[in-house]
Ligand binder design. Sequence first.
Ligand code: NAD
Length: 503
Amino acid sequence: MNNKFESITRDLAKETLNKEVVLDSAYIDGNWEVIESSSISHNGIDKHALYDPSTGDVIATTRLCTKAHVDAAANAASQAILSWSQTTVSERASYLNAIADAMEQKFNQLVGLSVLNNGKPIAEAKMDADDAIACYRYYANLIAAQTTWTEVSTDESSVRLLKTFAPVGICALIVPWNFPMVTTSWKLAAALAAGCTVILKPSEVTLLPELLLGNILSAIGLPKGVVNILPGAAEVGAAMTSHPLIDKVSFTGSNGVGEKVMAQAAKDVKDISLELGGKSAIVIRADADLDMACDIISGGIFTNAGQMCSATSRLLVHHDIADALYQKLKEYTQNIHISAGFDPNTQMGPLVSQQQLNQVHKYFNIATEEKLDCLIGGQILDRSGYFASPTIYTNVPMDSCLWTEEIFGPVLVSRTFKDDAEAIQLANNSKFGLAATVVSADEKAALEMVLQIKAGHLWINEQQILFAQAGWGGFKQSGIGRELGEDGLSAYQKSKHVILPSQ
Ligand code: NAD
């Protein structure tokens, strides 16, 4: 744990960027290889710009990889797997612990780069770094405890049945921009623990934390080619997911791209995990404590400026308490301190990019056209940077796209319900099924309710806390498979069974 909160400043982040981050390069086969030219153009030069979301200023420009880099990285990973897959579980556990140790040493730098590049408040970026470190340690412990052979009991006494695990192979890991360090750790820690080698493609929007990770992997002496990091955009992701040397694709991102990834990976019948979007419900029962409800509602939609796959962006309120709750929620929301991530008082930062701001603006305009009841917000803030107001619409019709689509911003839509049955029916009325929250004084009733809600992660009277031990993933169009927990390791291993005579 690192408590040097006040030492995480914009100056520190800029110094880290200038002195430690290797730009214009890809991390392939244990070396930073200079990218000679890329297909991306920024203001007429073949550079890709990274922005400070709190000002809209360019903080760095860099070159992005091309398909040729994917070939080089895939070749390096296919060489490296020959020895990496043969390492012992304790060797792999010690590398994972070394990554966690090195991340702790670079904690302030990682957090600073995340705030600078992503815009999130320091407190949230710090939580991300803590979660990522915990994830590397969790998989170190989990793999260290895995034995080579397990005997499976059968009803046949003349033979023995043994089970073992093998790494799935060379993995393409593709991550989004909303939780850069966290999403990467969920995939990378489990893949390395399993004995896989990888090509990691960070989001082109938030490259900086993962570029620093390349230095960390180099510093701890991870064997060459085990992890290759390609700063790249869609073209690189597409080349990875359709590359003949890749055995598995693990993708986190939007449904539109997820569908393409699934089609791209279908060609060679690659193993696939997809973590996609959500439009999760938060149910406030009539017996709920209203202050607790406001805290949890606010955390579920305004954390990371609503840019969370698990955002509980559909609020369902029992009609008996709706007026009182809306009044209190309005007061809560009015008091949210909106500012740059480096301001230690910030409770909500900017959106990540101009594109994301435009996306939220589009929904504000639709809400105006549809004459939705706006409890608070509904505006792009008149200041530099990508700031939108925390926004709540009430009585939103179920055929409004604000009710059905993932907005990925600080926009909450709400409806009332009469009884638990209607609340469950409304909660399940979505093509997604990632998460849900229930707030109630009656734990038994809340547990009954979560049994009926089709979602992978459920909270009762709690904020959205995650544990490395708890598998993460959804139902319906929220994705395929699970990350984290034992399920997360299974995603990178294949079981093998051996039958032999009894001794
Ligand atoms: P995105 O789909 O635009 O991009 C995700 C990644 O895919 C990026 O690295 C991008 O470069 C890459 N990519 C783009 N086109 C590609 C292609 N054709 N082939 C392969 N890769 C390609 O998503 P985003 O805007 O970065 O992130 C937001 C989305 O991610 C939201 O929909 C959110 O719900 C989802 N998300 C889901 C989870 C989860 O656990 N379910 C977690 C975080 C984010």
